[in-house]
Design a protein. Structure first.
Ligand SMILES: C[S@@+](CC[C@H](N)C(=O)[O-])C[C@H]1O[C@@H](n2cnc3c(N)ncnc32)[C@H](O)[C@@H]1O
Length: 397
């Protein structure tokens, strides 16, 4: 789980905790870490996203009063250099560096002083440096497997800091991640490759025609004209499922309408958002309807067998992942995080992964019928879905 390059660098973060941080780093063009120690988590971010601009802040002083051997600036720098990670290291107390640090960044990682006062001050000083749509990670939130590493004051400080401008988006072990929201409602697209980007522009036009005021965010590897907010994320897989299955985490909206790039929106989505008064998630039925009845030859047999087995036979509704509405809630956060984890198990079929995630993570859901989102143009009531129009060679069907 822990990248092998990091194995020689001392640090206490577990593999899953580092994974939350590096996932959040993928869509951040810049990040500052408070508390670098020997540079392990800083290096993890730099290795994951080599193009990002990185800063590390640490006093690199004597930590014996806290019961552990402190690191030195030189040791941290040598570790980063050995791995080819470029970062600007700023030596000093976080509270002293904060007023001098004039940059706006896309990610702040807080892992320096772990008392209530230190953590509260770091959150107050550094979260305003995160730009709209950016992210915050805090390590040591909650109870670790090893009780000796428990830092209850961090949890207290984070819970007292929580506010409506930030949504919790991921959590694993004692790592917690938040997204800074830019609007109450908005539409989110994921578009990679020329065809998908063209399709996305057409879909945005169709959306603007029925909902001109709804902001649009696009996840892609280059800016796309027509987006109000860009989430630049390097390419991960041919079908961009690694990004799509993280829609909850990447979205900068309190309530999100996710749309595949090859959709055309036919009517105002307002009634769809209205359903979020009753539910965490709105999902629509896939034409396959019941998973156990599917006969698609292109589905991976091993994954089909495992999915049936893990869902008590697969006698379940099969969800289409092309049009989804969701709001922020702990249940939805758990479901979407599980979806991404299920996707990474095989990396083949995001809808099978979604079905397994829904099975294990019950949410309040409104299930809508097929005409909500269909490739049958005449039957489409909300979205016409021109399946495969945005597909790239090598992407899953
Ligand atoms: C838990 S370690 C960081 C571990 C590192 N993020 C990793 O996982 O590789 C905490 C670090 O914060 C630094 N630190 C603690 N209080 C600080 C403060 N007020 N200002 C700056 N650095 C501080 C310590 O020197 C120590 O290196």
């Amino acid at each position: 789980m822990i990248p092998k390059e990091l194995k020689g660098i001392p640090g206490l973060m577990t593999g899953p905790e580092l994974a939350v941080l590096t996932r959040m780093a993928r869509s951040a063009g810049s990040a500052v870490e408070l508390g670098c120690f020997h540079g392990r988590s800083l290096a993890a971010m730099g290795l994951e996203h080599p193009g990002m601009r990185l800063w590390g802040v640490d006093a690199w002083g004597d930590m014996s009063h806290r019961g552990y051997q402190g690191a030195t600036l030189e040791a941290c720098r040598a570790n980063l250099e050995r791995l080819g990670v470029r970062a600007e290291l700023l030596q000093g107390k976080t509270e002293e560096v904060a007023p001098e640090f004039g940059e706006t960044v896309e990610l702040v990682h807080v892992d320096a002083g772990h008392s209530y006062e230190e953590c509260t001050r770091d959150l107050a000083d550094w979260t305003p440096k995160v730009g709209p749509g950016g992210a915050l990670c805090v390590h040591d939130y909650g109870e670790p497997h090893n009780p000796a590493l428990s830092r209850p004051e961090v949890r207290e400080a984070v819970d007292d800091w929580r506010n409506s401008d930030w949504a919790e988006v991921e959590r694993d072990g004692v790592m917690i991640a938040f997204r800074r929201l830019i609007a109450d409602r908005g539409a989110l697209y994921v578009a990679y490759g020329e065809r998908a980007r063209e399709q996305c522009l057409e879909s945005i036009d169709s959306l603007h025609a029925v909902a001109p005021a709804l902001p649009v965010a696009v996840v892609s590897d280059a800016p796309l004209e027509g987006a109000d907010h860009m989430i630049i994320h390097p390419e991960a897989d041919r079908g961009a499922r690694a990004q799509k299955t993280r829609m909850y985490s990447l979205s900068p909206f309190r309530e999100t309408l996710f749309l595949d790039a090859d959709t055309r929106v036919l009517v105002d989505p307002e009634p769809g958002f209205g359903l979020l008064r009753y539910a965490d998630v709105v999902l629509s039925q896939d034409p396959v309807r019941v998973f156990s009845q599917q006969t698609w030859p292109h589905l991976d047999r091993r994954e089909v067998a495992a999915t049936r087995q893990e869902t008590n036979g697969g006698e379940l509704l099969y969800w289409n992942s092309g049009v989804i509405l969701f709001r922020r809630s702990e249940r939805a956060r758990a479901l979407f995080q599980a979806w991404h984890a299920e996707w990474t198990r095989w990396g083949k079929h995001d809808q099978m992964a979604l079905m397994r995630a829904v099975y294990r993570n019950p949410v309040r859901m409104v299930a809508v019928r097929e005409p909500w989102n269909t490739h049958k143009r005449k039957e489409a009531k909300f979205v016409f879905h021109d399946h495969r129009a945005a597909r790239r060679e090598g992407a899953p069907q």
